[in-house]
Design a protein around this ligand. Structure first.
Ligand SMILES: O=C(O)c1cc(-c2cccc(F)c2)nc2ccccc12
Ligand SMILES: [Mg+2]
Length: 273
């Protein structure tokens, strides 16, 4: 690994700037590393809250996994350090912020924008799966936008190295595939399902199995109760792609490399991603 990977960081290495956001376990600040003048995002997590929520092991796994991944559509984790009360993650700064806010503002995306995002996420997931890493938590809240408008997968808190699979759940069910909500064995194809959910939400503004009650969402997922509203107008080709990803039997989901050859992606995605 580069020299930076071994360096022992501490707070005095940084000038701290404005708060970028609030997470469950602490805040994220804009920061500049003094020696290099490199702009980063410093995620500050309180040890007491990590202990209370029993996520220490998950955080160590997230750090271990994300620090070894190098891909233009995966948010870099440059390093970490901790003091008496806090753990600090030194993250890549994504200049255009959170995707879910952009989606809320636009209601839904054009087919070109949606296909460009889906293709870049597919490339990032192919890279992760090649390293036996499953993300397991692909959803708008975990996606950031870089300075050139490119998507970055962040928050590997639910990712696993597929040599040990965890089935503890929390957060929204919307993006979970049948095998995870039914808590049976699962593999990298869970990310194909979630990418299909995301593609639907980019085009319609809501995830396909959304319901008021948890129990209704659960039922719609396991029954793959997939419906395409007549508005907004979405091309049949897009519906075909989504229908090939939201398949109950995980082995029958469209493989990610085949997704990149699908006509809807080929005709709509901007090659630069
Ligand atoms: O006091 C510690 O040794 C400590 C270290 C770490 C930690 C160590 C490496 C990577 C990482 F992400 C987190 N997390 C904690 C969470 C709660 C309480 C204490 C700790
Ligand atoms: Mg998250």
């Amino acid at each position: 690994a580069s020299a930076a990977a071994q360096k022992r960081w501490n707070l005095s290495d940084f000038d701290i700037g404005k708060a970028l956001g609030r997470g469950k376990f602490g805040h994220v600040y804009l920061a500049r590393e003094k020696r290099s003048n490199h702009i980063v995002a410093l995620k500050v997590l309180f040890k007491t809250q990590l202990q209370e929520s029993q996520v220490e092991h998950q955080l160590r796994r997230e750090v271990e996994i994300q620090s070894h991944l190098r891909h233009p559509n995966i948010l870099r984790l440059y390093g970490y350090f901790y003091d008496q009360k806090r753990v600090y993650l030194i993250l890549e700064y994504a200049a255009r912020g959170e995707l879910y806010k952009e989606l809320q503002k636009c209601k839904y995306f054009s087919e070109r924008r949606a296909a460009t995002y889906v293709a870049s996420l597919a490339r990032a997931l192919i890279y992760c799966h090649g390293k036996h890493v499953i993300h397991r938590d692909i959803k708008p809240e975990n996606l950031l936008i870089g300075a050139q408008g490119e998507l970055k997968i962040a928050d590997f808190g639910w990712s696993v190295h597929t040599f040990n699979r965890r089935r503890t759940m929390c957060g929204t069910l919307d993006y979970l595939p049948p095998e995870m909500v039914e808590s049976v064995e699962h593999d990298a194809s869970v990310d194909i399902w979630s990418l299909g959910i995301l593609c639907y939400e980019f085009l319609y503004g809501v995830p396909p199995f959304e319901a008021v009650e948890h129990s209704d969402t659960y039922r719609r997922i396991v029954q793959v109760d997939l419906k395409f509203p007549p508005t907004p107008i979405v091309s049949p080709s897009a519906k075909d792609l989504i229908s090939q990803m939201l398949v109950k039997e995980s082995a029958k989901r469209l493989p990610l490399h085949k997704l990149l050859e699908h006509p809807w992606i080929v005709q709509n995605a901007d090659p630069s991603g």
